[in-house]
Design a protein. Structure first.
Lengths: 124, 168
């Protein structure tokens, strides 16, 4: 429906303030009228919105960089410490497992506890 | 080892200082637009920017040629989106007193407007960054532009209703 009418160059000249009075906010839900207007005037509207947004830039506080470096440095130190702690825990776990394995030796077949060893049958 | 570490740290601090000197003005302006604060009283924007810059500093050695400005902007946007999401449901803090040119808009509309128009991020990148479909980003951007250019006659009630309807 919105593509039936070809875009006429005069649409660009028309002041979009007058056209959007009824079609802008409420009509955006309605895809027919607002869709065409938005598409036709898009560059101009975007330029106007950019102009509105670019006025009155705030003043940058002088200690911003130092603050960011302080926080970022703390973050880095924490990360390093966490990494170190993780490796330390991993190494400790590996050592503990090795010591346990060497003392218990779980791969050796345990002596049987239910059946008494059979001895002295070779002579039959 | 320790000397190399110290020299790397000094180089990082120097590069970062240059980066901040060049980018902080624009980033702070974007953050102030996002939080809808007055240009001379913007504690939330400053805090947002300081945290983003701190993250950029912490990941400075692992950028591998990526643009640090891009990284800082991404961090700013995602942190603001998360903060706005958490702030939305709290009754007492649901709607802070807002100033600035984007004051009457909803947080998501401000975010998309700033990313798309002020920063000039492509539609697809904005959608990927925020996890939204491209059509939705376009629709929100159009609606926010319309609301910015032609503010409704009584700004308090219709905008609140529209913001509630716009945020899924």
């Amino acid at each position: 429906m919105r593509d039936e009418r070809p875009e006429h160059p005069r649409d660009d000249v028309r002041d979009d303030r007058s056209g959007d009075r009824h079609g802008g906010r409420r009509g955006d839900r309605h895809p027919g009228v607002a869709g065409r207007e938005v598409r036709v005037n898009r560059p101009r509207r975007e330029a106007a919105a950019r102009r509105i947004m670019e006025q009155s830039p705030p003043r940058v506080p002088p200690d911003l960089c130092a603050e960011a470096v302080r926080r970022g440095g703390r973050m880095l130190r924490r990360r390093t410490a966490a990494r170190r702690l993780m490796w330390l825990l991993l190494a400790a776990a590996a050592v503990a497992f090795a010591v346990w394995a060497l003392t218990v030796q779980p791969w050796v077949e345990p002596p049987s506890e239910t059946t008494p060893p059979v001895t002295g049958w070779e002579g039959w | 080892m320790r000397e190399r570490h110290a020299s790397r740290e000094a180089r990082r601090a120097r590069e970062f200082e240059t980066f901040v000197a060049g980018a902080a003005g624009r980033l702070l302006h974007a953050a102030t637009l996002l939080t809808a604060e007055a240009p001379d009283a913007n504690p939330r924007a400053r805090r947002l920017l300081a945290l983003s810059l701190a993250h950029t500093y912490a990941s400075w050695d692992r950028l591998h040629g990526e643009d640090p400005y891009d990284r800082a902007r991404q961090h700013l946007a995602t942190r603001f989106a998360r903060a706005a999401w958490h702030r939305y449901g709290v009754p007492g803090r649901a709607r802070l007193r807002s100033a600035g040119p984007l004051g009457p808009l909803a947080p998501q509309e401000r975010l998309i407007l700033v990313l798309r128009l002020y920063e000039g991020v492509a539609e697809e990148q904005t959608a990927a960054l925020l996890g939204l479909p491209v059509e939705r980003v376009r629709a929100i951007c159009d609606r926010a532009t319309a609301a910015l250019l032609h503010p409704p006659p009584s700004p308090a009630r219709p905008v609140t209703a529209e913001a509630k309807a716009a945020t899924p």
